[in-house]
Design a protein around this ligand. Structure first.
Ligand code: ADP
Ligand code: MG
Length: 252
């Protein structure tokens, strides 16, 4: 069974059809990339999966779970985490604190048990701490662990955003332009992080990315979109050589 399935999903903003009868499925364990010119509807697809928007028609499933029956606040609990095209972190908190916020959903404690500071609460807190430290080690963020986000270089913040998403223990990780604004060297590092996240953590990755070098290097399959619709779907080389894709890029 596919991990994520979109079937005939349409979303309009007033008169603009941002996503147009779009269908695709992401298989467990794969890195799946969405490419396309600016305004193609890529981020909107993420916002639909995140349940920020209700489609006017179509279906979205996580395995057999009907995502449209859930609120945006349930999405993390179902095992979907995301990063944003524009980094969204708590600027005046440390890397560690940002990641602990990401763990919040794992705190099963009630207000009362928290007030009483029951052993179960303490255990959950130790568990969260351990998981977060593990992710910090995994992504080589130790040197920045106790540093305020606001003071960190852009490239490090991009990695922290990925770390924050991983802290929720997702099955499906959505990365919106993980390499945007990164140097060639940082982009190459990001490629290896994505590869490790898939291989070592076993997390399925769905990403939107403009850097075709990164896309071809790390993706199993690519969906090319334009004007909210599917242009081509296949391996990176199939999609890059597809006439409709070449035309969409040259035409703009
Ligand atoms: P991409 O991420 O592929 O660059 P987006 O998904 O951000 O594209 O946008 C797709 C289209 O929908 C664009 O024409 C954009 O202007 C429009 N759009 C995106 N979000 C909104 C919104 N909240 N309200 C109105 N129009 C929007
Ligand atoms: Mg976008």
């Amino acid at each position: 069974m596919s991990l994520l399935t979109l079937e005939n999903v349409t979303l309009r903003f007033g008169g603009l059809t941002a996503v147009d009868a779009l269908s695709f499925a992401v298989e467990p364990g794969e890195v799946f990339a969405i490419v396309g010119p600016n305004g193609a509807g890529k981020s909107t697809v993420f916002n639909l999966i995140s349940r920020f928007y209700d489609p006017v028609s179509g279906a979205i499933h996580l395995e057999s779970e009907d995502l449209l029956a859930h609120k945006a606040s349930d999405v993390a609990n179902l095992g979907i985490a995301r990063t944003f095209q524009n980094i969204e972190l708590f600027e005046h908190a440390t890397v560690l604190q940002n990641l602990l916020v990401g763990r919040h959903r794992h705190r099963r404690s009630t207000m009362l048990s928290e007030l009483l500071f029951l052993p179960s609460v303490r255990r959950a807190e130790i568990e969260n701490r351990e998981k977060v430290e593990e992710i910090i080690d995994f992504l080589d963020l130790q040197p920045y662990r106790d540093k305020m986000i606001a003071g960190l270089p852009y490239g490090v913040r991009k990695v922290v955003e990925v770390a924050r998403a991983l802290a929720t223990d997702p099955r499906l990780l959505l990365l919106d332009e993980p390499a945007s604004g990164l140097s060639v060297e940082e982009t190459s590092d990001m490629r290896w992080w994505i590869e490790d996240i898939r291989r070592q953590m076993g997390i399925t990755v769905l990403m939107v990315e403009h850097d075709m070098g990164l896309v071809s290097g790390v993706s199993d399959r690519v969906l090319a979109m334009a004007d909210g619709a599917k242009l081509a779907l296949g391996t990176p080389s199939e999609v890059q050589s597809h006439p409709a894709v070449i035309e969409a890029y040259l035409g703009r």
